[in-house]
Ligand binder design. Structure first.
Ligand code: GLV
Length: 355
């Protein structure tokens, strides 16, 4: 590989999900444009349930991660040269952050590039679930016109939206629903009334949010704090006419409890982009329910968003090569550590030598 360029390897799930696409249509145009400074190599194809194999990272300066796992042993194996992990997305729950930090590896993600697409996806799920769009589509195709009376929707205008995790995505969702004149409640563990108000929401405890919302939108990341946050008890507080959407992470909601509640119709329905196990296994009860709209963790996946995400990682990689910072470091504490700085200095010097 060219010594004057940053050596980047892309996780094998890129090729795994490639289908009829090319790197260009997958959004890699920004990498092509920067190829005088960035040398990109794809790892052999592998599913998102797999981990990036450390042995394949030998000599790499940077790893571009789509959605695979990145485990401690593999980080340690690659750590002699690996200085950077760019998560081409927002969630970092499949990456061992502690191991990155311990091994002088700077992890950064591309949160801004996903905000609008994911918030729009959450709104799409709210509307699809409450208007029973998937069922309506089926009725129309099957000539069951009169059955529509059994699938009457629920209004969104003037209702109450409860956002669990009013961060970037949740905040954008609040902005998006303004024309629907919704009252907005919000919960996160350390949310202050002032921060909620600045986003157009009222900060409330989780129980109150579950009890008063017509639409509960889970927008938070997965962490030890949010795992199982919404369980049987919380779901049991929801209104009979309410809907739950999840664009955060599946394990934030207890999926067995969710299935039981939906089956019992203790609330009206759900729109889900994320699940406790992904891909959803064949025969999973969640896929047998008629009051859910399901999406294979792709509700934000547009050509525009993919290109924006990759453009964001290119900008950050080049900034680091120029001695700067990525715009959203996940473990900024690694900056200034001898292990990271030695790798960064060697990389910058090598790339400057080629300039
Ligand atoms: C999408 O869910 C992401 O975390 O990038």
């Amino acid at each position: 590989m060219d010594d004057r360029r940053m050596r980047i390897v892309a996780s094998g799930d890129y090729l795994h999900t490639m289908g009829p696409e090319t790197p260009e249509t997958m959004g890699f145009g920004a990498y092509r444009e920067a190829e005088a400074r960035l040398a990109l190599r794809f790892l052999p194809t592998g599913p998102q349930t797999a981990a990036v194999p450390g042995a394949e990272l030998a000599g790499a300066d940077a790893l571009l991660m789509l959605g695979q796992y990145l485990r401690r042993a593999d980080i340690e194996r690659a750590a002699a040269t690996l200085a950077l992990v760019a998560r081409a997305g927002v969630g970092v729950d499949k990456i061992d952050i502690e191991a990155c930090t311990a091994n002088g590896v700077l992890l950064f993600n591309a949160p801004d590039a996903l905000t609008e697409g994911t918030a729009a996806g959450a709104l799409a799920l709210m509307l699809a679930a409450s208007r029973q769009l998937v069922a309506m589509d089926r009725l129309t195709r099957e000539g069951r016109w009169d059955d529509r009376v059994n699938h009457r929707g629920r209004e969104i205008y003037g209702k109450t939206l409860g956002v669990v995790g009013p961060g970037r995505i949740g905040g954008e969702l609040i902005r998006l629903v303004a024309p629907f004149r919704m009252r907005v409640l919000a919960y996160s563990p350390r949310l202050t009334p002032e921060r909620a108000a600045a986003k157009g929401a009222q900060a409330v405890p989780l129980d109150r949010l579950m009890r008063e919302s017509d639409f509960v939108a889970i927008c938070c990341p997965l962490s030890e704090e949010t795992r199982g946050l919404v369980g049987a008890r919380e779901l049991g507080l929801m209104r009979k006419t309410a809907f739950l959407v999840n664009v955060g992470r599946g394990p934030v909601v207890d999926q067995d409890a969710l299935v039981a509640a939906l089956r019992a119709r203790s609330f009206a329905g759900a729109g889900l982009d994320v699940f406790s196990v992904q891909p959803v296994p064949a025969g999973d009860p969640i896929a047998t329910l008629d009051n859910v709209v399901l999406c294979p963790h792709a509700v934000c996946d547009t050509y525009e968003l993919r290109a924006d995400v990759l453009r964001s990682t290119v900008v950050d990689l080049l900034a680091i090569a120029d001695g700067g910072m990525p715009h959203a470091p996940v473990n900024p504490e690694v900056l200034g550590t001898p292990r990271f700085e030695a790798k960064r200095a060697a990389l910058v010097a090598r790339m400057r030598a080629g300039a």
